[in-house]
Design a protein. Structure first.
Length: 188
């Protein structure tokens, strides 16, 4: 009788381990709630817009002549590839809040065919954006020098950072798409 107990216990432990690692992706930390302004000049409260959603974030600026147009085109690819995931959101944070006003972000969103309610372009106080970039996403500084990471960040339904994707790598976009699909199936 005792051996059946241990077999059942062992199977239960294996089942739990399988559930927590079902996507096979690590957790790098939790994104706290934040409040910024979106491209429609409306308050953006992450607790209202992102809680319980899978989302992908990046940091860009609209006057960038470097990697930002490529990154935004890649984010549009992600938007198209994942259009059937109802709980997917895309979030592009500006690193140039002095120039990237909601009106400027709105024009930029139109240029990249951002679907309203799915892809958000956010601005706000430089200190808040810096805190998110440096302390939460660990992607560098928002300090006025316009230097920024070219990584996408995958966040799961529990607001956990689950992956980083260097957008200059050939397989980055297929990987973020596949991982977002896997994470969207996780139960918590």
């Amino acid at each position: 009788m005792a051996s059946w107990y241990w077999i059942a216990f062992g199977l239960s432990v294996l089942a739990l381990v399988g559930c927590t690692a079902s996507a096979g992706l690590p957790s790098y930390g939790v994104v706290p709630d934040f409040a910024l302004t979106d491209q429609t000049n409306q308050p953006f409260l992450s607790a209202n817009s992102l809680r319980g959603k899978v989302w992908i974030a990046d940091f860009i600026f609209t006057s960038c002549a470097g990697p930002c147009p490529r990154m935004s085109a890649q984010m549009r690819q992600v938007q198209t590839a994942l259009r059937d995931l109802p709980d997917l959101r895309l979030v592009s944070f500006t690193v140039d809040p002095a120039r990237d006003t909601p009106a400027v972000l709105s024009q930029y969103a139109e240029r990249y065919q951002a679907k309203p309610g799915v892809w958000f372009f956010l601005t706000g106080p430089q200190a808040d954006l810096h805190k998110l970039a440096r302390n939460v996403f660990m992607l560098g500084d928002v300090n006025g020098d316009l230097q920024h990471s070219t990584r996408f960040v995958l966040i799961d339904k529990q607001s956990r950072v689950r992956g980083y994707y260097l957008t200059s790598e050939d397989d980055a976009i297929p990987r973020v798409i596949a991982d977002a699909k896997r994470v969207s199936k996780e139960r918590f």
